[in-house]
Write a protein that binds this ligand. Sequence first.
Ligand code: NDP
Length: 399
Amino acid sequence: MGKALIIGCGGVAGVAIHKCCQNSEVFEEICIASRTKSKCDALKEKLKDSKTKIKTAQVNADNVEELIALIEDFQPDVVLNLALPYQDLTIMDACLATKTNYVDTANYEPLDTAKFEYKWQWAYREKFKEAGITALLGSGFDPGVTGVFSAYAMKHYFDEIHYIDILDCNAGDHGYPFATNFNPEINIREVSANGSYWENGNWVETRPMEIKRVYDFPEIGEKDMYLLHHEELESLGINIRGIKRIRFFMTFGQSYLTHLKCLENVGMTSIEPIEYEGKQIVPLQFLKAVLPDPASLGPRTVGKTNIGCIFQGIKDGKEKTYYVYNVCDHQECYKEVGSQAISYTTGVPAMIGAMMLMEGIWKGPGVFNIEEFDPDPFMDALNQWGLPWKESFDPKLVD
Ligand code: NDP
């Protein structure tokens, strides 16, 4: 079918690349390009028996000219951005210059402000439209599958959706007192920020971890979960018919929260540079360097994740509730692709999003959030590629 350029070679990219290689009819050839080329080469070596032809390259994705040269040389049908949110705009610029489709899993965030919003990427809508290319934003799990679940609920089960609660539970245990399951810098910026939820067209802001609930997760059991701001709230607030409120909850264990509080209290989570032995360092980036690499958690993480959405709304004049979720087992992911479930649940939808554009099942042109496309082929692909979903029409609600 075609060629994909994958930028980044960390935890999420590792899974997406394994999945592209399992899907060699669509991904005939891929190029893995990242800052550290040795990681790309090591992964290529691991996947040498795959039918997908693999190339590797070194690239600094902060540099548009380098990206353009790489895209012109490889001529991919799609660029799958699995580097960090800081690189979204430079990669989108390179896609525009070369008229190449674009997919990512996280919205742009400036390096010096811990604030992620879609406004920077939505500003590219006209330019992508004029260039006749498609950008698919947020094709991970959350954002990503949560948007597909929302579009699916809206298409099949509701005339109007009034309330959405997105519940992200990780009941995995890696045995460390403190570690993050994906890039520590991005993860800590997200969870130490103020929380917020979307209600009647406005954002309601909360202090970090201010709102706590306990939920009895299918196949896992009771867990404490906390309200966070999350990027898909912004696009779902616009794209879902009749919506009144959307909240996002994530589970955290007590050990994680105690460590985080302590690190915050001593200033280690700050993104303000400080002077240290004549050098400027950012405390959070230094913390990242001493924490376990999320990619190394795979062999030691046991337990499951459960991520899904609970919808409340109206169908044919009657009130209705619907819960759709995926349960993923850390050890099974590790056996299959050598990684824990957090990277797995993000890497699989990243591959599927790229596939939707490569096969022309989802077409632009323009810049789109995932819930703007027909959810059915994506829902089928989730079942096929390792993230089967389950549904309930009588779920316990979150108060
Ligand atoms: P990692 O830190 O494991 O990997 C990031 C990769 O990007 C590394 O290979 C890194 O290179 C590379 N990279 C960073 N900067 C550059 C640059 N300037 N040029 C080229 N390559 C660069 O992160 P994850 O795999 O955990 O996360 C990847 C993305 O997925 C993030 O944007 C994250 O926010 C997103 N994500 C989305 C989720 C969702 O559900 N939607 C869930 C989890 C993550 P190097 O090896 O040299 O460091």
